[in-house]
Design a protein around this ligand. Structure first.
Ligand code: SAH
Length: 233
């Protein structure tokens, strides 16, 4: 991704203790920066070992503010700060039914599982079969076996488990996909980067009000890989 230098691959030498310290340091920095606020999101970020969602050759960079390559075409694990950026704006919380578009490494889905808890539900859709396999293996190895890891174009959602309280698209779209708006519960929120690849995109939040009216707010400038398929690039 333009603007995000990817560090060179190297053999991992860090220990579990190194990663535990780095994770804690990262979480407290995100809190000080004002990006991370909610208790459930803080606890999830302290608990989920991000290094276990990163291929071995990039593992030592797990807590660096950089997207890191993962198996599949164009696939990355997004940089650490983007998760609180998205989840705080979504107001992701206990018992939410959550849909993620772009499973990538599975890290975002693991955080979401911790945040929504046992009463909630997490579905993640990935278009690339190799990436989907990587996400599913990571999630299962770490015990996140309830999350549904679906292969397909996430712009069409996953009607079987709809409606969702919160939807998060982790690739940049051309237009907010109508099927996702339909699968959003009244009162629900959807967040997505919007705009062509390789230049800064708009991070937008869509709120579906109780009467079904839609409100869209611009939040920030971001840089994401493009969404594939008719709603993407
Ligand atoms: N949320 C991920 C990061 C995702 S990067 C994580 O936490 O690691 C963006 C991902 O979106 C890539 O894996 C890419 O393959 C996937 N993607 C792109 N277009 C898609 C589409 N139409 N449907 C589902 N996944 C898509």
């Amino acid at each position: 991704m333009l603007g995000w230098p990817i560090p060179p691959p190297r053999k991992s030498v860090k220990t579990k203790l190194d990663f535990d310290k780095e994770r804690e340091g990262k979480v407290y920095r995100l809190i000080r920066q004002g990006l991370l606020k909610s208790q459930h999101i803080v606890e999830a970020m302290l608990k989920v070992p991000r290094e276990d969602f990163v291929p071995d050759s990039y593992r030592d960079y797990a807590y660096r503010e950089a997207p890191l390559p993962i198996p599949g075409r164009n696939a990355t694990i997004s940089c650490p700060h983007s998760y609180p950026l998205f989840y705080e704006a979504l107001n992701l919380g206990r018992s939410d039914r959550f849909l993620e578009v772009g499973a990538g490494s599975g890290y975002g889905a693991a955080l979401a599982c911790e945040i929504v808890g046992r009463e909630g539900c997490v579905v993640t859709v990935e278009i690339d079969p190799e990436t989907r396999r990587f996400a599913k293996e990571n999630l299962h190895r770490l015990g996140y076996t309830d999350v549904e890891v679906v292969l397909g174009d996430g712009a069409y959602g996953y009607p079987a488990k709809s409606p969702y309280h919160k939807i998060c698209i982790t690739a940049s779209c051309k237009k907010i996909p109508d099927p996702l708006i339909r699968q959003l519960e009244p009162g629900g929120r959807l967040i997505t980067p919007m705009g062509p690849p390789d230049i800064e995109q708009d991070l937008v939040l869509l709120i579906k009000e109780m009467d079904g009216k839609l409100k869209v707010r611009f939040l920030d400038k971001v840089l994401y890989v493009p969404l594939r398929g008719p709603y993407g690039f």
